[in-house]
Design a protein around this ligand. Structure first.
Ligand SMILES: C[S@@+](CC[C@H](N)C(=O)[O-])C[C@H]1O[C@@H](n2cnc3c(N)ncnc32)[C@H](O)[C@@H]1O
Length: 321
């Protein structure tokens, strides 16, 4: 592809190899190769999380580069701060929703960036923390907020929404085909008392489907899609992604790269359609004709990588080049 630079893959991968094994950044070789950061680049990591990708990209942009990282989760941001403490570049970390990334850029007098990365969803630390309520495998409050300061929790939706609205929420956010049956069961159970924990909700789903949770050990847990649906709703994840995708081209330098790692088809579909539309409008070159997925080795060592899909596009200049 014209204007494409040889990717500087290699040494920087070592930087994350000794990193906290609880969080291995997904598709890291592909992120480096396709986002191709070079010395002096300005990188915006919209979901800095535990700083895995950010640290790797920071090494690549060197002392002349700038790394700007955002996250809504103060705990993750603190880990990223530590992780990037001795990074070679200038580092700016802000607790902010990525829908507001333009405000952060303007606060720091940055007009445009060269690399923009969004690794969507939850980090493994958030998933593993029972108190955050993301996991049906761990007993915890039905919370599911990525930003612990936001108001709406999963418990509020589960216990207050009407049956038809619950059914729609589950269907549209996860394509769960038994959404009606599950919504009906939720409403029956909550008449007896509020559903307040993750394991309670998981049991309600299993009973609606007439299955036992432990009968699905090797396959996907029956409540997986329902948990995804509530998490998406609590955090307005699809709305946030749409807002970010809409703003992105105005903040990318010509030749700049945007990469989005999605973990389910609703997210990936939004990214795919956005990139395709902008390619047709002469705004982006789509670098990944198909989404990039993890190879067998990565899938083996990092469970989360199994559903990861990376798409990358390159910002064209005014003449569409
Ligand atoms: C999958 S993790 C990112 C991991 C990171 N790439 C790394 O290597 O450590 C996703 C992170 O995005 C954050 N996040 C999700 N939605 C967000 C949003 N709309 N704005 C800002 N941060 C968000 C989550 O809190 C989480 O820390």
């Amino acid at each position: 592809m014209e204007g494409w630079r040889k990717p500087p893959v290699g040494a920087w991968l070592e930087v994350v190899s000794d990193y906290d094994e609880r969080h291995i950044p997904v598709l890291r070789e592909h992120v480096l190769e396709l986002l191709a950061p070079v010395a002096g680049d300005v990188v915006l990591d919209l979901t800095v999380g535990l700083g895995g990708h950010a640290r790797m990209l920071a090494e690549a942009i060197g002392s002349e580069g700038v790394m700007i990282g955002l996250d809504v989760d103060a705990g993750n941001l603190a880990t990223a701060r530590q992780r990037l403490g001795d990074a070679p570049c200038r580092v700016v970390l802000e607790r902010e929703n990525f829908t507001q990334f333009d405000d952060v850029l303007s606060t720091h007098d940055v007009d445009r960036v060269d690399v923009l990365l969004a690794d969507l969803g939850v980090s493994s630390l958030q998933l593993d923390d029972a108190e955050r309520g993301f996991s049906f495998r761990r007993e915890g409050p039905l919370d599911m907020r990525l930003d612990p300061d936001s108001e709406k929790k999963a418990v509020d939706l589960v216990n207050a929404m009407r049956e038809d609205a619950l059914s729609d929420l589950i269907y549209f956010n996860s394509q769960e085909r038994f959404s009606r049956r599950i919504a009906k069961r939720i409403c029956q159970v909550r008449r007896e008392g509020r559903i307040t924990t993750t394991t309670q909700l998981a049991e309600v789903v299993c009973s609606a489907l007439g299955v036992r949770a432990d009968s699905h050990k090797s396959k996907t847990h029956p409540a997986t899609r329902v948990f995804q649906a509530f998490r998406i709703a609590v955090n307005d994840e699809l709305g946030a992604l749409e807002t970010m995708l809409k703003k992105a081209p105005d903040y990318l330098n010509p030749g700049g790269r945007i990469g989005v790692i999605a973990f389910h088809s609703l997210e990936d579909g939004l990214v795919k359609r956005d990139f395709r539309q902008r390619r047709n409008d002469g705004v982006y070159d789509v670098v990944t004709k198909r989404p990039v997925i993890a190879g067998p080795e990565e899938r083996e060592i990092n469970r989360r990588s199994r559903s990861a899909k990376l798409r990358v596009a390159r910002r064209c200049d005014e003449e569409g080049k």
